[in-house]
Design a protein around this ligand. Structure first.
Ligand code: MIG
Length: 792
């Protein structure tokens, strides 16, 4: 009845959960044991631990001393920091060099300041509380000018101030809209930006959680259906530092194999081997770059995981081999549901070895998914994760190097859309209900799959795509945003959703390009592909019974333009790859909202329809039909139109032209952008690298390029290549210096080209102190570009 006006029947009362909270009451005592400060209050227990200089953990348990066990999200260790403690009549102060935790006694309230005296988080009228249902809640003061980012995969605009959000991994096929709340991922982490400075909070609670930045004017709250109140505060003070601090605890993504960053083509489903071969031939004949083709559920024998249907895919091994030879990878889907079939070895093993999720009483939980009645591996057990991981030998033996995990919320075809919350997970000897561990099921399936594939691949990187996850998912997988539709609104939605995923530690993410459900149109496909050029993850995917969505499906004009932007992906790859390496090191995302780089600029706080790729590139896609221009905000500095070299002043809005073949891109004056070449796939080695230098009025520009073999873990042992380009201008002279780091990887390109934009013809150029001869310079009068090609 929720779908009709009955939902707003005058007799319908608003339901509110989480009432009758009882405050933890006043301070009674405290003790210190090594790095743990433990408080007792009238109605509870609270522990405070400094993880490191920037991160403090607060844990509350209403019944007993809090357990200091961490959830599956945390991999960072406590540094054993012993704080200074001062007890006064009214408060207890716990201090380190960087943070000061002030605990007032009556009432018991926590405030955290940094060493500059800046209040980071503060409790006010309310602090921590719990109720008889075991729910826990925490209130914090909210300033008038606080802005909120992160929260993982959410619909709506960039800034989450004024929102209420819920975390409960859910398969939502109904069209995602501003009212769609809980989606496939649960990442209970957010960043608060307050007057240009940032701090973060990670509410590490795997139960269903709620965040309320809406109900009260000066207070926000987060609460959980159960468990402890357990959260970490990250000091910042920049957004980048918060992300760095958060990913120190929850991990960063490994550097993906390069092929995972190319263009990917998917469909639910490419149903036969023949269809896949025809598809690939199309890409090759049309010279449209592609790095991976996906096999959706039809490849399996009646949806049994770790099988191929022999009729549809009679020679899967040679298919994979043939594709590998032309530089294209196959990525098959793997769902968690294992078909209940006593003659199916995976099912037999799972039952015999007690690998499936069970009720407390001992009976296996069965749910209905694609294979029919199915059992679900209990990924909370490490031996189950190992087993599942090893099973992937089936795929690696065929030459497969990437896996797609779907339905791992887990999604089940029933009223609740998921597993019975009464199911008991074994959790390596610490049994918990599904109600408590639901949100980590996808994360743990991801861990099992990633680690299993990694082992089988002997030093080669693997690629995993996942739909569900929890905080920390970035360690194992790239995230796509699930079942969107071929609506312009869903193209619009994808920008803030991906930006906030990036601000939640998930740098490697993207939506289904073209839209999954519903029929796309040629125009929408072009505009979406233009956007896809710059989403960290770039895959075109569409649903069964929708119009075909491959680049050539709408005639030649559309093909030419989608091809152009797929090619652009490869041109921009050296820059993207450098940013992926940065994200791997620091947790700072590849795709960034402008607020991340310009946190004091009010125009950026909720800017949801344009984004940055790294520090110096702004991308402003067209997000509505029959639109040939749009407004773009350019922050301080001067910006160069990538296509025309026109110079635009920053700190203002511009109306820019964007006919159907143009994706508006702007480069900040005073920067350098590396470009690669168009190629069929990343398997073709790069032979020329071009640095575009945009000095403009600036006298200085620099760039640090990262490169490695793109396929092994050699980068962990110094098999890397880093090149620092510095360009300086003085009167009529431009000096370029090229410095290489001492990593041991030797890049494949032999030509290095420098293109100096907005340059005069008579300028003297030197590279590493040696003047470039006139014969080696090419000047283009029409565009004022000076091109110098050198050999490496
Ligand atoms: O809803 O495997 O989000 O990408 O094509 C059906 C079939 C289950 C949902 C995924 C979608 C995939 C589809 N799956």
């Amino acid at each position: 009845m929720q779908d009709t006006s009955f939902a707003i029947h005058p007799g319908t009362k608003k339901q509110s959960i989480g009432e009758n909270f009882k405050d933890i009451g006043a301070f009674t005592s405290y003790t210190v044991e090594e790095d743990v400060v433990s408080f007792k209050t009238e109605n509870g227990f609270v522990s405070v631990i400094f993880y490191n200089n920037h991160t403090v953990r607060v844990t509350m348990n209403q019944k007993q001393q809090p357990s200091l066990k961490t959830s599956f999200a945390i991999i960072g260790n406590r540094e054993g920091i012993i704080p200074n403690i001062n007890e006064n009549e009214n408060d207890v102060q716990i201090k380190t060099n960087d943070l000061n935790v002030i605990v007032t006694k009556k009432p018991f309230r926590i405030s955290i300041n940094d060493n500059d005296g800046r209040a980071i988080v503060e409790e006010g009228k309310n602090g921590m509380a719990s109720n008889e249902n075991g729910e826990v809640i925490c209130f914090k003061k909210m300033d008038e000018y606080d802005h909120f980012y992160g929260f993982g995969e959410k619909t709506g605009f960039l800034n989450k101030r004024g929102e209420k959000m819920e975390m409960w991994n859910t398969d939502v096929y109904a069209p995602h809209n501003p009212e769609t709340d809980a989606l496939y991922q649960s990442i209970p982490f957010f960043i608060t930006l307050r007057e240009g400075l940032a701090h973060g909070i990670f509410f590490d609670n795997t139960w269903r959680t709620h965040f309320d930045l809406k109900s009260e004017k000066d207070t926000y709250s987060f609460k959980a259906e159960g468990g402890q109140l357990d959260y970490y505060v990250f000091r910042g003070p920049t957004i980048k530092e918060v992300l760095n601090q958060y990913t120190k605890l929850t991990g960063t993504m490994p550097i993906p194999p390069k092929w995972a960053l190319g263009y990917h083509q998917s469909r639910y489903s490419y149903e036969t081997e023949e269809e896949v071969r025809t598809l690939v031939n199309n890409f090759l004949e049309k010279k449209i770059p592609v790095d991976a083709i996906y096999l959706d559920i039809h490849y399996m024998n009646e949806y049994r995981v770790f099988t191929f249907d022999q009729d549809r895919f009679p020679t899967a091994k040679s298919l994979v081999e043939d594709l590998n030879k032309v530089g294209i990878k196959i990525v098959p889907i793997v769902d968690p549901g294992v078909k209940e079939d006593p003659e199916y070895p995976i099912y037999q093993e799972g039952v015999r070895e007690n690998y499936f999720c069970k009720y407390l009483e001992g009976n296996i939980y069965f749910g209905d998914v694609w294979p029919g009645n199915s059992a679900f591996p209990d990924f909370t057990n490490s031996k189950v994760r190992n087993w599942w991981g090893q099973k992937h030998k089936f795929y690696t033996d065929l030459g497969i190097a990437g896996i797609w995990n779907d339905m791992n919320e887990p999604a089940i075809f029933n009223e609740t859309k998921t597993m019975d919350i009464k199911v008991m997970h074994e959790n390596d000897g610490d049994p918990k209900t599904h109600r408590e561990l639901h949100n980590v099921y996808g994360l743990l399936m991801g861990e099992a799959t990633y680690e299993g594939m990694k082992k089988q691949l002997n030093g080669k990187r693997t690629f995993l795509l996942t739909r569900a996850g929890y905080a920390g998912v970035q360690r194992y997988a790239s995230v796509w945003t699930g079942d969107n539709r071929s609506f312009w609104e869903h193209l619009q939605l994808a920008l803030p959703m991906c930006m906030n995923l990036g601000m939640s530690g998930v740098a490697f993410c993207g939506p289904d390009v073209g839209g999954f459900a519903h029929d796309t149109s040629g125009e929408l496909l072009i505009r979406w592909t233009q956007f896809g050029t710059f989403t960290p993850y770039f895959r075109n995917h569409s649903a069964i019974n929708t119009v075909r969505q491959e680049p050539w499906s709408f005639g030649e004009d559309v093909e030419v333009l989608t091809k152009k932007y797929i090619e652009q992906r490869y041109v921009w790859l050296p820059h993207l790859y450098t940013l992926f390496q940065e994200a791997h090191k620091t947790g700072v995302p590849v795709m960034r909202p402008l607020v991340l780089e310009y946190p004091t600029d009010v125009n950026t706080f909720n800017l949801s329809d344009q984004f940055m790729i790294g520090e110096n590139v702004i991308v402003a896609p067209i997000l509505t039909p029959t639109t040939k221009h749009r407004v773009v905000y350019l922050p301080e500095g001067r910006w160069i139109n990538y296509w025309t070299d026109e110079i635009l002043e920053g700190n203002t809005h511009h109306l820019v032209e964007a006919p159907i073949d143009i994706l508006p891109i702007f480069i900040k004056e005073g920067s350098i952008i590396p470009h690669g070449t168009v190629k069929q796939s990343t398997a073709t080695p790069e032979d020329e690298l071009t640095y575009h230098i945009y000095l403009g009025k600036d006298k200085y520009a620099s760039y640090r390029l990262y490169e490695d073999d793109g396929q092994t873990f050699g980068y962990e042992n110094g098999e890397t290549f880093e090149q620092e380009i510095v360009c300086e201008k003085e009167q009529g002279t431009i000096s370029i210096s090229v410095r290489e780091s001492n990593g041991s990887y030797d890049p494949t390109w032999t030509k290095e080209t420098f293109v100096i934009h907005a340059c005069s013809e008579d300028v003297v150029v030197s590279i590493n102190g040696e003047e470039v001869y006139a014969v080696d310079k090419k000047y283009d009068h029409a565009t004022n570009k000076l091109t110098i090609t050198t050999l490496r």
